[in-house]
Design a protein around this ligand. Structure first.
Ligand code: SOE
Length: 379
């Protein structure tokens, strides 16, 4: 067995569960230079945290994240909390010399993300690594799309079309959660879902967004909360146009109101020589069109389950599909490999800051109603 690294994870809800799964299994499938030990689980409620630790296999619990960060048996801090605590936990952990994996979006504001990126850069000089958990980069089909673009297989990118559609808020009677409070989540569908497609678009194209024109909406402005109602203070949906530095154009849509769409994260890229299309609900496939094959050939569906496809060789024989949880195992493998190899992993906190700047630009643009050209009386 390779050298162990103690993981201290803060948060034990959905992301905590899926990250626990990754830490438990990564070294059993990937040849990683460090073996994670599930040392400490952090959470505010002692009973719920203890129950989660037992369920997911953590050796100890802490109810104060500061105590978790300070422990000698923790070498890596994994932040799976709502966005309002990312910055303070990450800054403390980096200062204490702990490697940091932080859930997305990196922070709730650009100022926090800037502080985190600066701290990560300084820490890297001390051999302390950090990474943002944009797990969709680790879907084999998306990693393959990146490779094909990098190899020039679709030529110069002209269009990016990205949507992330869920429907869990469509019912106006579904209750208030922290995800609908700005002070907790930073933003709504924009930061939760839009952040993923902005990162995926920049990752696959290898390009950066330079400007946006956006609109957002909060369809249901107050929701049941305990005995009463509470105001929803974030967007329910965000739609925006984007320009990339290469001159490519992008359209983006993030919503929690697309009835029937459970987790449809779709990305299409059109280049001068071909196109690529991906939908997470068929995450083991990538559709590829190549102009070299001629128009009549149409899109070809590649089943991304061959041993030489990104990440796949560690798993099952061809055709034996992977799922959502594998993307987090891939993320853990990449992070441990970077830590062991003494290199900075991607996406870095600076990549996270770049996404944060796009999110902030979307909010700013959406606030500028005056830039709309209105139809007047549309009748
Ligand atoms: C909820 O909308 C959510 O869990 C996101 O927070 C995740 O990042 C996404 O992967 C799935 O949906």
């Amino acid at each position: 067995m390779t050298e162990e690294i103690g993981v201290g994870m803060v948060g034990h809800a959905f992301m905590g569960a899926v990250h626990s799964h990754a830490w438990r299994s990564v070294h059993r499938f990937f040849d990683v230079p460090l073996t994670p030990r599930l040392a400490v689980l952090g959470g505010r409620d002692p009973v719920r945290t203890k129950d989660a630790a037992t369920k997911y296999g953590w050796a100890a619990v802490e109810t104060d994240w500061r105590a978790l960060v300070a422990r000698d048996d923790v070498g890596l801090v994994d932040i799976c909390t709502p966005g309002d605590t990312h910055a303070e936990i990450a800054l403390a952990a980096l200062a204490a010399g702990k490697h940091v994996l932080c859930e997305k979006p990196l922070a709730n504001t650009v100022a926090e993300a800037e502080a985190m990126a600066a701290a990560a850069e300084e820490a890297a000089g001390r051999g302390v690594r950090s990474m943002v958990a944009f797990n969709y980069r680790r879907v084999p089909a998306i990693a393959l799309a990146r490779k094909l673009v990098e190899e020039g297989r679709i030529g110069e990118v002209r269009h990016v079309r990205a949507v992330y559609l869920q429907d869990w808020l469509s019912d106006p009677s579904s209750p208030m959660t922290w995800r609908m409070r700005k002070e907790k989540a930073g933003s709504g569908a924009l930061g939760d879902l839009g952040a993923h497609i902005v990162d995926a678009a920049q990752f696959v194209t290898g390009d950066l967004i330079t400007g946006v024109s956006a609109t957002t909406e909060t369809f249901v402005r107050s929701r049941p909360d305990g005995d009463g109602f509470a105001d929803v203070t974030v967007d329910d949906a965000a739609v925006f146009l984007a320009r990339f530095s290469s001159g490519a154009l992008g359209t983006f849509e993030a919503t929690r109101y697309a009835l029937g769409r459970k987790n449809s994260m779709r990305l299409e890229v059109n280049g001068t020589r071909g196109s690529l299309a991906f939908d997470f609900e068929s995450m083991n496939e990538l559709s590829v069109f190549s102009a070299d094959d001629g128009s009549a050939a149409g899109f070809r569906r590649i089943l991304v389950t061959e041993a030489d496809h990104p990440y796949v060789g560690a798993w099952w024989p061809p055709g034996h599909l992977l799922g959502y949880e594998h993307t987090f195992t891939h993320e853990a493998a990449d992070f441990l490999t970077a830590i062991g190899g003494g290199v900075d992993p991607a996406p870095s906190f600076t990549d996270g800051l770049r996404v944060q700047r796009v999110l902030a630009a979307v909010e700013e643009s959406a606030g500028q109603q005056s830039t709309w050209t209105m139809i007047g009386d549309p009748r």
